[in-house]
Design a protein around this ligand. Structure first.
Ligand SMILES: Cc1ncc(COP(=O)(O)O)c(C=O)c1O
Length: 340
């Protein structure tokens, strides 16, 4: 990592994120755990990479021109990343989010000059908020002349950004030795691009997708999902091209427990989906051989989740789990993650 250099603009500060060894997370596990801190990207999440790649691709192909408009559906992080990327190219940006998006994330998008359109009612036919967001995007595209939708759910530039960036950096930092790779899934861009890199470079890596209970990805059954950014209510186009070696489904309360455990043991304040990965990892550890090297993605930072994942009242009201129940779950996670 460069320690004292000047970068030519904020876009040049995207990527080359740290890969950090976590010795305190599960100290009795015998497993080597490394975290890829995508949360330190300028937009605070892994989505800076696909946002830049998709905008560049749309500009280069001529689909989009300086002064044009992008309309995109996002659970929040892509919205932040696109708001930032659009400024660099003098583009107007309209972001369609839903009621689950963190309030702070909405304010960040607005502060960066993006316009936010909040969908509050699920699609009446499917009961799904993501489908309702897609319909709203269609309406806006019809209303705004020349507006372009980058469609992160099917755009090949999304996984390509993780192939060329996230996973390439992980592979180079580890000498291409990663036994287990864990990422949360929504569009499946992160896991799809990483899995393709692993395949093309003949790496012996088990790819584990961490999905939300209630997500329909990879054969899941639809149910409400209270946390943003994880899982999907529709089978995304990109997900049909990905076959993870394993899918682990986590509840929202697992995300809370995992995120709090990561914060208190390692001092890494992450978002809910990363908490879900930590929780899933705790469950995998008893079956991993000593010395196994696990790499997981820290998809975003925890500040926008201070009013949700890290707030006892929200957890009680939304997930019906009181602080004692969370403490009990945390104990259980620590016990489970001992090998042998
Ligand atoms: C917090 C968070 N975690 C995980 C993901 C999953 O990323 P992907 O869309 O690459 O599957 C997202 C995507 O929006 C996200 O915002």
């Amino acid at each position: 990592m460069p320690t004292s250099s000047i970068v030519a603009g904020i876009n040049e500060a995207v990527g080359n994120t740290p890969l950090v060894r976590l010795d305190a997370l599960f100290p009795e596990s015998g497993v080597e755990i490394l975290a890829k801190l995508e949360s330190v990207n300028p937009g605070g999440s892994t989505k800076d990479r696909p946002a830049m790649a998709m905008v560049r691709d749309a500009l280069e192909s001529g689909r989009l021109a300086r002064g044009g408009t992008i309309v995109e559906s996002s659970s929040g992080n892509l919205g932040v990343a696109l708001a930032r990327a659009c400024n660099a190219h003098e583009l107007r940006f309209v972001c369609v989010v839903d009621a689950r998006t963190n309030a702070t994330t909405v304010r960040i998008i607005t502060a960066l000059g993006g316009e936010v359109d909040v969908v509050s009612e699920p699609d009446p036919e499917t009961g799904d908020l993501l489908t309702a967001r897609f319909h709203r995007v269609e309406e806006l595209l019809a209303e705004i002349p020349g507006a372009v939708n980058l469609f992160q759910y099917g755009n090949p530039a999304n996984p390509r950004a993780h192939y060329d960036g996230t996973m390439r950096e992980i592979a180079e930092a580890t000498g291409h030795r990663v036994d287990v790779l864990m990422a949360a899934v929504s569009t499946t861009g992160t896991i799809g691009g990483s899995a393709a890199y692993i395949r093309d470079h003949h790496m012996d890596t088990r790819v584990v997708a961490v999905d939300a209970v209630g997500s329909v990805l990879f054969g899941g059954t639809a149910a409400p999902r209270p946390l943003p950014g994880m899982g999907a209510g529709v089978v995304t186009e990109l997900s049909t091209q990905v076959e993870p070696d394993q899918v682990v489904r986590v509840r929202a309360v697992d995300c809370v427990v995992g995120a709090r455990h990561l914060a208190r043991t390692e001092g890494i304040l992450a978002g809910g989906s990363t908490g879900g990965i930590v929780s899933a990892l705790g469950g995998l550890i008893p079956d991993l051989e000593a010395g196994t090297r696990v790499v997981f993605v820290v998809h975003d930072g925890g500040v926008p989740y201070l009013e949700t994942v890290y707030d006892d009242q929200w957890v009680l009201d939304t997930l019906a789990a009181d602080p004692d129940a969370i403490a009990e779950e945390l104990d259980q996670l620590r016990r489970t993650a001992r090998r042998g």
